[in-house]
Design a protein around this ligand. Structure first.
Ligand code: GRF
Length: 235
């Protein structure tokens, strides 16, 4: 398959396989943006590591194929990861979207979809990687946090940053209220990034870059310098 954004695609919209573990609010936001015509993509399949992930019902309502690949059904993480890669590959995605997928993907996934796995994290990376990022932000008493869309590599939330949105931390925030506000930003940023990739305006790689002349997406509070075109004014 041709690298994303570097060659004319044979298919009309970017084909996504979305991986979820929980409520699927990001999946819902991506589907809503596709419906609204602001995200040139198709959710080809939804895969979960949990049979009871609430977000699976969103897929079922739309007759989007689903698959469950539970860690406990496999001997170890590596065999689970191989099965996950095999399952995801069966849907032939252009892009693999981790939308609240709570497991670290392993070498099989990374080899099968190198540079084509995106994750959304509820903090301004590299600050607060790993679990409980909003709680980490509250504990650190930061005044600004946010969300990051990044390419997945072999580390925990360490891959190349594609885009970020900033969110104010309010004096009376706890981890839950901050996370809710961050998720609101995720719901705008994630579909916007997917759309940018679909249009070839964002090219994924070791250093994420933006095609020149790309208009910035004003719905995002901030875009990372890697995404903003050189002459774009970041406030
Ligand atoms: C999001 O906040 C995302 O940043 C994190 O997991 C959460 C998933 O939420 N990785 P949802 O399942 O999309 O509602």
């Amino acid at each position: 398959m041709a690298p994303i954004g570097t060659a004319p695609r044979q298919r009309s919209a970017l084909q996504l396989t979305v991986l979820i573990s929980g409520t699927g609010s990001n999946l819902r936001a991506i589907l809503a943006a596709i419906d609204a015509g602001t995200c040139d993509a198709t959710v080809r399949a939804v895969v979960s590591d949990r049979a009871n992930a609430q977000g699976l019902s969103l897929a079922s309502e739309r007759s989007i194929p689903t698959a469950i690949v539970k860690l406990s059904d496999y001997e170890n993480r590596s065999t689970w990861d191989a099965a996950l890669a095999h399952t995801v590959a069966s849907f032939d995605p252009d892009l693999v979207v981790l939308a609240g997928f709570m497991k670290i993907v392993g070498e099989h996934m990374l080899a099968a979809f190198e540079g084509r796995i995106l994750n959304v994290h509820p903090a301004l990376l590299p600050a607060f990687p790993g679990n409980d990022a909003p709680a980490q932000a509250i504990a650190a008493n930061v005044r600004i946090s946010g969300c990051t869309v990044h390419v997945v590599d072999g580390g925990v939330d360490t891959g190349p940053i594609v885009a970020q949105a900033a969110v104010r931390v309010l004096a009376n925030d706890d981890a839950e209220s901050l996370h809710a506000r961050i998720q609101h930003a995720e719901h705008t940023l994630f579909p916007a990034v997917i759309h940018g990739i679909a249009r070839g305006a964002i090219k994924l790689g070791a250093r994420v870059s933006a095609a020149s002349g790309t208009p910035s997406d004003e719905r995002a509070v901030l875009l990372s310098p890697a995404v903003a075109p050189p002459n774009d004014k970041v406030p």
